[in-house]
Each structure stands twice: as structure tokens, then as C-alpha cells.
Design a protein around this ligand. Structure first.
Ligand SMILES: [Zn+2]
Length: 306
């Protein structure tokens, strides 16, 4: 049941600008959350300022993407070169919000889940890439949220429930309860097409516990830290969001991507096995691949093993 019966392109045109603004807020989170000083971590009350000279940013210079183009990528006050990351994150934000309804039925719980997961991965990818930090302040609420998404199943036994019907935006809160798993749903038939609250809790527990065990073994054998605690927390909320099966897929695909990038890097830099890689970046990249192509990847893998 599509919201407002708008053509998807119109919906994209309406939502993408809000996505750009959310992307701009993601830039604030990416810059401020990894800061040591609590005052610098404030993402709500502090006005936008240049990270280099601390000058306040004029509102018209703060318009997503266009502000960066207008300033030709330089701070108006001090000439600091604004990293390309800023307009890139804004564009990706526009893409996530403007594009999610092409993949998930708009206005449903699975759509909201996809959007939240997309923005969370966007922020975590860049905090890990730039500072090797996956902030707890994001990851713990995401764990709770992942489990909460499965809760309506316990409250309503009908397959579909419409909340707030007959209010203009009638389908905005239309909740396809049993559509709360992976979309396209049949893609993960190996692990069940829908995600139950048990699958979500198991994903949370295994996401945290599985790698923690591996890391203990790794530490015992290699005497160094291979994975950071932030990585387990990320797997935990991804498990709560998508279930234990896809979470394992994300872990293995993330590790494979990490090895594909890390091993050549070690050879070039000659740093040996001590090279630290931002594993959260690889988990971020692996997640959409597993969510959308998980079944194809799994069947391909089975075919290749046999
Ligand atoms: Zn400046």
C-alpha cells in the first residue's frame, strides 16, 4: 500500500532534499562524536563551525552540497580545504532517503528500518575511516532499536496493522508486521523470509558473543588485538536489525573484503600483520550486499563449495 499514491520519482524529489540535510547532520556526527573533549562532542547546541579556524558558518554556506560548490571547497574565513567527504556524505544521505522506497515499501516498518540502518552505516563508515572509532553513543541505541523493531509482532497477531488510518497521511504508519525481515523477503529463504523477535535477539547475542570469542582466541594465539570492541557492538546491532543469519553473512563478507584490501596493503607498506584496518568500514560495505544479495551470494557459495 503506497503512501499518498505518489509516483516513486515524485517521492524521490520530495524526500531527497531532506536526505541531503540529514547527510549534513551526519557530517556533524562524523566530526564531533569521536572528539575527546565532551564540549567538542556536543552535536545539538553548538552551531556549525569550521573545524580548522572555528569560525561560524553562514547559513547560506551551510546548504548541503551547494554550499561546498559555492565556496569551491574552501572555508570562507580561513581557506581551509573542506574535505570532499562533506559533500559526499550529504549526497549519500540524499540517496538513502530519496532511494529507500525503491527498495522497501514506503511508509512501512521495513522502510524505516532500512533508512535508519543506512544512515547509521554512513556515519560509522566515516568515523571508523577517519578516527578508527565506532561511537558507543550510536551503537547501544541501535541495538535496542533493532530489537524494538521486532516487538510489534508480539502485540499484534494480524499480519498487517494500520495505525492512524483516515488521517490524510493514512498509510504513513502502516506497519507490515511480518514484513519486518529482509526485503526482498524471499531472498533469505535459507534463514527464513521474515525476522522474528527471537531471530533478532539471537542476532544481538551472537553478534556480540561470537566475535568476542574469536577475539579471545586471537589474543591468546597472536598476543595482539585483532578486532576492536566497537566491531562486536556493530555486529550486535546489525544482528538485532537483520537477524543472526545475515549478521554472520555480514561478518564473513566483511572479513573477506578486509582481507582483499588489507593483504595487498600490508605487502605495499611492509608493515606486516600489525596493520590496523577499520573493520567497521568493511562491515558497512558488506551489510547492503548481504541484505539485498544475500541469498544469491549464499547459493553461489554453496555451489562453489560443492
Ligand atoms: Zn576556517
Amino acid at each position: 500500500m503506497p503512501l499518498l499514491d505518489l509516483p516513486p520519482w515524485i517521492l524521490t524529489a520530495l524526500l531527497a532534499p531532506f536526505g541531503l540535510v540529514l547527510g549534513s547532520f551526519c557530517n556533524v556526527l562524523i566530526h564531533r562524536l569521536p572528539q575527546e573533549d565532551p564540549a567538542e562532542r556536543d552535536v545539538i547546541t553548538r552551531a556549525s563551525h569550521c573545524p580548522s579556524c572555528k569560525a561560524r558558518i553562514k547559513p547560506w554556506h551551510n546548504v548541503p552540497v551547494f554550499g561546498w560548490l559555492w565556496l569551491r571547497g574552501k572555508c570562507a574565513a580561513c581557506g581551509w580545504r573542506i574535505p570532499f567527504r562533506y559533500p559526499l556524505v550529504e549526497l549519500l544521505g540524499g540517496l538513502i532517503l530519496g532511494g529507500a522506497h525503491w527498495l522497501f515499501p514506503f511508509g512501512t516498518l521495513i522502510w524505516l528500518k532500512g533508512v535508519i540502518c543506512g544512515f547509521a552505516l554512513l556515519v560509522l563508515f566515516f568515523t571508523d575511516l577517519t578516527e578508527m572509532i565506532l561511537p558507543d553513543v550510536l551503537q547501544f541505541p541501535l541495538m535496542a532499536l533493532g530489537v524494538l523493531f521486532a516487538l510489534p509482532q508480539l502485540l499484534f497477531t494480524d499480519r498487517t496493522v494500520v495505525i492512524l488510518s483516515g488521517h490524510g497521511l493514512s498509510n504513513l504508519l502502516a506497519v507490515s508486521l511480518w514484513h519486518n525481515g529482509l526485503q526482498p523477503a524471499p531472498a533469505w529463504s535459507t534463514f527464513g523470509a521474515t525476522l522474528t523477535w527471537k531471530g533478532s535477539l539471537l542476532g544481538l547475542a551472537l553478534g556480540y558473543g561470537g566475535p568476542a570469542l574469536i577475539a579471545l582466541l586471537y589474543k591468546a594465539i597472536r598476543k595482539t588485538e585483532g578486532l576492536g570492541m566497537g566491531d562486536f557492538k556493530m555486529l550486535a546491532w546489525l544482528g538485532a536489525f537483520w537477524g543472526w543469519g545475515p549478521m554472520l553473512g555480514i561478518l564473513f563478507l566483511g572479513a573477506a573484503l578486509g582481507a582483499a584490501v588489507g593483504i595487498p596493503l600490508m605487502l605495499i607498506r611492509r608493515t606486516g600483520s600489525q596493520t590496523m584496518l577499520p573493520f567497521g568500514c568493511f562491515l558497512s560495505l558488506a551489510t547492503p550486499l548481504v541484505v539485498f544479495f544475500g541469498r544469491a551470494l549464499w547459493l553461489g557459495y554453496l555451489g562453489w563449495v560443492r
